[in-house]
Structure formats: structure tokens, C-alpha cells
Design a protein around this ligand. Structure first.
Ligand code: SF4
Ligand code: SF4
Length: 168
């Protein structure tokens, strides 16, 4: 199976987790499109950069990634307080803020689960396992990939955005 198919499977699993979490805990979750306080991402793995690039450049869909006015220290894809690449946003943007287990510690955004004293373990995402899966998918991508731009260890989002052709 190609790396991009594996990557889509991974994001589908995150979406399934998200659907389960929201079905049970929606009143306690503030994360949503338009909440952008955490949008400070600067770089991603090549496979994720490729997914963003190919989704935007091969359509269908409308992405106004050329919107000007990047705020200092904020993600280049943030536009008017919203993610301009929401449909193909990276893994970290899909999981950030939700309850995650990483290096033996549970964490989540303080905007979520306010006043809640415990979270069912079924709603805690194993971030270490997710990251391991992403790293191995990225490795497969690097073996398949022939485009020099997508071979760095990390791809700077500002460079990626600059590479996306103007959409009429
Ligand atoms: S890619 Fe989108 S969701 Fe992720 S940090 Fe940038 S603007 Fe926010
Ligand atoms: S992690 Fe926090 S700041 Fe980010 S979208 Fe979720 S609630 Fe908003």
C-alpha cells in the first residue's frame, strides 16, 4: 500500500476517535474549526506536507491559502482566525487539545473538560503509538518520493505555502 493511502487510513482513525469523543463528551470540548489559539505550527513531516500540497493542487475543493496577513508567530495557513487547509490539516492539528497519553502522562487543552474530574480511558488517544505510525508512514513516503522538496526531515510550512501555485 502506498504511503499516502496509509496516511489517509491514519487520519480516518483519528476522525473515528474524534467522532466517538464528541458523541460522548461534546459539551466538554471547545476544540472546533475557528478555535485557533493553538495554531502556531511551523513544520510537518514530508508525507504530511505532500498531502497538503497534493490536496490543494489537485482539487476539488476550495482553499484560500493565498490570504495575506500572517500574524507574528502564527501558522501560515491560519486565515482570518480559521484554518485555510482544514480538510487536509496535519495529524497534530487533528489531535491537539484532545485527551492524549504521551510518555505515560495524560494531557489535554485546558479549554476542554473544564470542571471535569476524570476522563474515561476509552477517550484518551495513545499519542506515542500514533506518532510511531506516522514516523513509519513517513519513512515509506521518503522511499517512494522523487521530489527533492519533500525530502527534508521536516518541511517548513511557510516554504510549502510559497510552493503552492496561485489558484485563480
Ligand atoms: S494547519 Fe490549520 S489547524 Fe494546523 S496550526 Fe495551521 S491553521 Fe491551525
Ligand atoms: S486545543 Fe485548545 S486552543 Fe486549540 S482548538 Fe482545541 S480548545 Fe482551541
Amino acid at each position: 500500500m502506498k504511503s499516502i493511502e496509509l496516511y489517509m487510513q491514519l487520519t480516518a482513525k483519528i476522525e473515528a476517535f474524534e467522532a466517538k469523543l464528541l458523541a460522548a463528551c461534546a459539551p466538554h470540548i471547545k476544540c472546533a474549526r475557528g478555535c485557533s489559539a493553538c495554531c502556531i505550527l511551523e513544520s510537518v513531516f514530508p508525507v504530511e506536507a505532500w498531502n497538503i500540497y497534493s490536496t490543494i493542487t489537485s482539487g476539488p475543493g476550495s482553499f484560500s491559502v493565498r490570504a495575506p496577513g500572517r500574524e507574528q508567530g502564527r501558522c501560515v495557513f491560519l486565515s482570518g482566525g480559521e484554518c485555510s487547509i482544514y480538510a487536509c490539516r496535519p495529524v497534530i492539528c487533528r489531535t491537539h487539545g484532545y485527551p492524549i497519553m504521551a510518555e505515560g502522562r495524560v494531557d489535554f487543552c485546558p479549554e476542554n473538560f473544564k470542571g471535569v474530574s476524570s476522563i474515561d480511558s476509552g477517550f484518551i488517544l495513545d499519542l506515542d503509538a500514533l506518532n510511531r505510525a506516522l514516523v513509519s508512514i513517513n519513512r515509506i513516503f521518503l522511499d517512494e518520493n522523487r521530489d527533492e522538496f519533500f525530502t527534508s526531515e521536516r518541511i517548513i510550512l511557510a516554504d510549502l505555502k510559497a510552493r503552492i501555485p496561485e489558484v485563480p
